[in-house]
Design a binder for this molecule. Structure first.
Ligand code: PEP
Ligand code: MN
Length: 343
């Protein structure tokens, strides 16, 4: 059960709510966001009389939620969330989850200035609403390129200055959150970190939207529970991203679970993006699966693009070149229109 309190919440009103709940032998969890304060009620609430708390001053509504994920659920919020991205002065803001599809594209890793600025210009020119690029690259091999670190973040900020594209970049560890927040418009949590609870809690206290990728081993419920960690800490701006899961299939890098899109849409109000680059691992499968993702109801795409994929330091085989990226966007436009969306 969650209790939504109207802002501003006075200490007296909050105290009355907490006292009533705790007097019933239940525990509380406060989630204090910018727009609302939520009191989570923990314990066996079957015999708790919600009308008593509903009558208290400052209480907006009381919602009983059967699922283990509460704040992420459609029961908590029936309409789909629209999440604003682009908090930096140079950013052109947009919403993820509204009518307009989010197209967040860019290289797997920021490799240098020229390649990044060229990519950003192409993304801007062809419908892009965000620039992706890893400055910290948690790689499977310790010998692979690990990213440019803060230098990469500075280049992303420069690309934003030139194009207005909000920057989406991965934060790899709790101790890097403050640094990445200085540069990023959206904090990406990588698939490998989906259940790094210390990291989820740390981004949960930030005022930046979070792009939460699904772990390659994670069930949809586990993924939504990870979102819940961030929401429960008071950051209500979570964007989900399906990026493929591990199966027995070897013809693709991962199995892109597009059924997750309608499933999540039914269970949760959070917007969902799809990453067909990591989801398939091969450039020739990216466009068909991108189209399928939008047809399945995704709110947008996370795409890897590189000016010269053959010489990319990371994930070149699944990266679109600028021309392929432009062709895909041209194919997506009429599809979006049929679906009542736009690019
Ligand atoms: C990425 O988006 O560059 C990335 C590393 O993705 P994932 O965490 O899904 O593997
Ligand atoms: Mn990649």
């Amino acid at each position: 059960m969650v209790i939504v309190m109207r802002r501003p919440v006075t200490p007296e009103n909050l105290e009355r709510v907490l006292t009533l709940i705790e007097a019933s032998g239940l525990r509380t969890h406060l989630s204090e966001g910018q727009e609302r304060m939520i009191v989570g009620v923990i314990g066996d609430v079957r015999h708790f009389e919600e009308s008593a708390v509903e009558r208290l001053p400052g209480v907006e509504r009381v919602v009983r939620i059967a699922q283990p994920f509460k704040l992420a659920s459609r029961t908590y919020q029936n309409g789909g969330s629209e999440i604003a991205i682009g908090c930096h002065a140079a950013s052109t803001p947009s919403n993820v989850g509204g009518r307009r599809l989010a197209l967040i594209a860019g290289p797997c890793a920021v490799e240098g200035r020229e390649m990044l600025l060229d990519t950003a210009a192409a993304v801007r020119k062809h419908g892009g609403t965000g620039l992706r690029g890893g400055a910290f690259k948690p790689r499977t091999s310790p010998y692979s390129f690990q990213g440019l670190g803060e230098e990469g973040l500075k280049l992303l900020a420069e690309a934003r200055e030139q194009t207005g594209l909000p920057v989406v970049t991965e934060v790899p560890a709790p101790e890097k959150v403050d640094l990445v927040c200085q540069y990023a418009d959206v904090l990406q949590i990588g698939a490998r970190n989906m259940q790094n609870y210390a990291l989820l809690q740390e981004v949960g206290r930030c005022d930046r939207p979070v792009l939460l990728k699904r772990g390659m081993w994670a069930s949809i419920e586990e993924w939504l529970m990870s979102a819940e960690y961030i929401l429960a800490r008071g950051n209500h701006r979570v964007i989900l991203c399906e990026r493929g899961i591990r199966t027995f299939e070897t013809m693709t890098r991962n199995t892109l679970d597009l059924s997750a899109v309608p499933v999540v849409k039914r269970l949760s109000h959070l917007p969902v993006l799809v990453d067909p680059s990591h989801g398939t691992g091969y450039v020739h499968y990216v466009a068909p699966m991108a189209m399928a993702a939008i047809a399945a109801g995704a709110d947008g795409l996370l795409l890897e693009t590189h000016p010269t994929p053959d010489s990319a330091l990371c994930d070149g085989g699944q990266s679109l070149n600028p021309e392929q990226y432009a062709t895909l966007v041209a194919m997506l436009r009429p599809l979006a229109q049929v679906l009542g969306r736009e690019i």
